[in-house]
Design a protein around this ligand. Sequence first.
Ligand SMILES: NC(=O)c1ccc[n+]([C@@H]2O[C@H](COP(=O)([O-])OP(=O)(O)OC[C@H]3O[C@@H](n4cnc5c(N)ncnc54)[C@H](O)[C@@H]3O)[C@@H](O)[C@H]2O)c1
Length: 261
Amino acid sequence: MSSQRFRDKVIIVTGGGSGLGEDYCRGFSAEGGRVVCADINEAAARKTVDSLQESGRRSIAVCCDVTDSHEVERMVEEALHTYGRIDVLVNNAGVIRRRSLIGTTNEDWEREIDTDLKGPFLCTRAVVPHMMDRGYGKVVNISSVAGIVGCISTAYSASKAGLNGLTRQWALELAPHGIRVNSVAPGYTATPINEQVRRSSAGKRIGEIIPLGWGKPADITAAVLFLSGSESDYITGQTLAVDGGLTTTVDMGPEYRNFDK
Ligand SMILES: NC(=O)c1ccc[n+]([C@@H]2O[C@H](COP(=O)([O-])OP(=O)(O)OC[C@H]3O[C@@H](n4cnc5c(N)ncnc54)[C@H](O)[C@@H]3O)[C@@H](O)[C@H]2O)c1
């Protein structure tokens, strides 16, 4: 039998309809959590929740665009109306457009920053007052290795580096209220967002230069659940890279890797 770290806890997961978010929902639910699966794609959120309910867990799907403050407030009201509390917020909803500096249009910039940076701001601002009332809460921001090293795209890198900064700022502001704020920075993890890249020769090369290869959603979920639960109560303001060693190493090619020569 799995542990019940989230028994009777209420967890909002944004972008829970697909990829990593869907896996977090499954992880929280399997450990007794009541999940509010929020996604701009209502059908996807419902599908996630239906799959959780098949295993007898209680959870709800909410259609919410995290870039719209009215929809975010409605999501929080729905969570409170259904469960009366919110223990954990996972700011996971994100979009990615691979673009160079010069190739980034105003529209690319706005969409990326709105979803990946303003979205977590709107969701956290709406949820935190309810956590303050109870003197306890956990916020987990889903960042990326692109917020630590240059590897993907102008607006994406800016939004994820910004999110790491917000994590530190909010950790400071919210500590007196018993609220811990941390980021998880996934590396290259196999989800629908990067299916095309994975199949390409560049995808194979990426797998070769990461010391532990491509990650799986379960690798990221383990870190998200850890930072959402009570075992991590003395950790706040951190960005935990779950990236198979990508951001701590420099790959010089196979010959260089023969360290005994
Ligand atoms: N997959 C990876 O390798 C990887 C690596 C680093 C970081 N990440 C981050 O992890 C998060 C999830 O990525 P994924 O790979 O699971 O992507 P995904 O595309 O599979 O899932 C993203 C989900 O977010 C939802 N979404 C998009 N815009 C939204 C909005 N405005 N409001 C609400 N929901 C919205 C989508 O409908 C989708 O269900 C993202 O923040 C991404 O930047 C992923």
